[in-house]
Design a protein around this ligand. Structure first.
Ligand code: ADP
Length: 152
């Protein structure tokens, strides 16, 4: 069984993530969306909210599981018996950043990283831009799946 982990903060999940997940799930028998917990990071949405947005967005996709983890992604992959990490690439900055992480992960383990290029029209979307729009009372709904809702 081919399993992959798609790791990230998902604060919140965006249409950019959604696109990579929808396309990535076709390549694997199971895709674990793994929300990394970093105690030093301040998040806009709680872990429960971030998890529930993703679960709602993919409620009709049985191949997708949503889990949380702490520590190294490769250790989480080993625990889950996963051989692949899925990541999205938006631009040259992503490429350089992701390249270093993928090389490091290969040094630490046998785990391969599989990259999907962002869909045209989605490359500008990031969680940080979505958070900015939300903080400034802008209309964020065209940037995130319908499952994401902000409490007023
Ligand atoms: P992190 O907190 O680890 O940066 P993110 O939640 O920002 O995680 O992103 C997780 C993954 O989703 C990364 O591989 C990132 O490149 C990818 N991603 C985010 N937005 C997009 C997008 N608009 N198009 C393609 N991939 C994206």
């Amino acid at each position: 069984m081919k399993k992959a982990v798609f790791p990230g903060s998902f604060d919140p999940i965006t249409l950019g993530h959604f696109d990579i997940i929808e396309r990535g799930v076709k390549l694997f028998d199971e895709l674990i969306i793994a929300i990394g917990i970093n105690a030093d990071k301040k998040y806009m949405f709680s872990l429960e909210e971030r998890k529930s947005f993703i679960e709602k967005a993919f409620k009709d996709e049985p191949k997708i599981k949503v889990l949380t983890y702490q520590g190294l992604t490769v250790n989480f992959c080993k625990e889950q018996n996963v051989e692949f990490i899925l990541r999205g690439l938006r631009n040259p900055a992503d490429f350089e950043f992701e390249k270093a992480i993928a090389h490091t992960n290969r040094k630490l383990s046998e785990i391969e990283t599989v990259f999907l290029l962002t869909s045209s029209g989605k490359s500008y979307i990031s969680s940080s831009i979505v958070r900015d729009v939300i903080i400034n009372n802008g209309d964020y709904t065209g940037l995130v799946p319908d499952a994401v809702s902000v409490k007023k």
